[in-house]
Write a protein that binds this ligand. Sequence first.
Ligand SMILES: Nc1nc2c(ncn2[C@@H]2O[C@H](COP(=O)(O)OP(=O)(O)OP(=O)(O)O)[C@@H](O)[C@H]2O)c(=O)[nH]1
Ligand SMILES: [Mg+2]
Length: 172
Amino acid sequence: MPKIYTSKVCVVGDQEVGKTSLLLKYSKNTFQENYKPTIGADFIIKEERMSNGDEFHLYLWDLAGHPSFAILRQYYMHGANGALICFDLNNPATFATCESWLKDVFRIKPQKIPVILVGTKGDIEQKVNQSDIDGFCKDHGVFYMKTSSKAGENVKELFMKMIDLIMQQNKA
Ligand SMILES: Nc1nc2c(ncn2[C@@H]2O[C@H](COP(=O)(O)OP(=O)(O)OP(=O)(O)O)[C@@H](O)[C@H]2O)c(=O)[nH]1
Ligand SMILES: [Mg+2]
């Protein structure tokens, strides 16, 4: 009998960095140029079949980046098994807040959960220094992936990496 695994993954980061776009590309293979802010939170389930026939159900929580939703985000982050911290590669101000996003994640879930730092909008000019990104990952023990929801670069790979990290963590 194939096994079914379920995990909750929260997607956080400043407003307009492209969190909803990432989830739309992954779940529906679509991309929208016009920005429509998320109000509070959105939620999707994506099912992946593993090579051994087992199923992995990802419960993906898309948490609005606007500061007014800070309390609501704490509530939704509760019980997460993994987190994606997103910043816009073209906008250094959104990278500067990643440390604070990481604190939010660990405040809710003190025991370590897999975290991937996600550089979004990889199809436009990168203005965040690569050495700063590498330093952040080394200091905090998190993984990094550069994605583009517009071009589709690394989108599926990002979620497969998260599944892999959650599986490894649960085996340990
Ligand atoms: N060029 C480019 N633009 C992108 C990409 N991803 C998102 N965008 C654009 O960035 C803007 C914001 O995207 P959203 O996905 O709505 O941002 P968000 O992080 O969900 O924002 P909040 O819901 O307010 O927290 C939109 O205009 C998108 O079209 C990308 O990979 N490349
Ligand atoms: Mg959104």
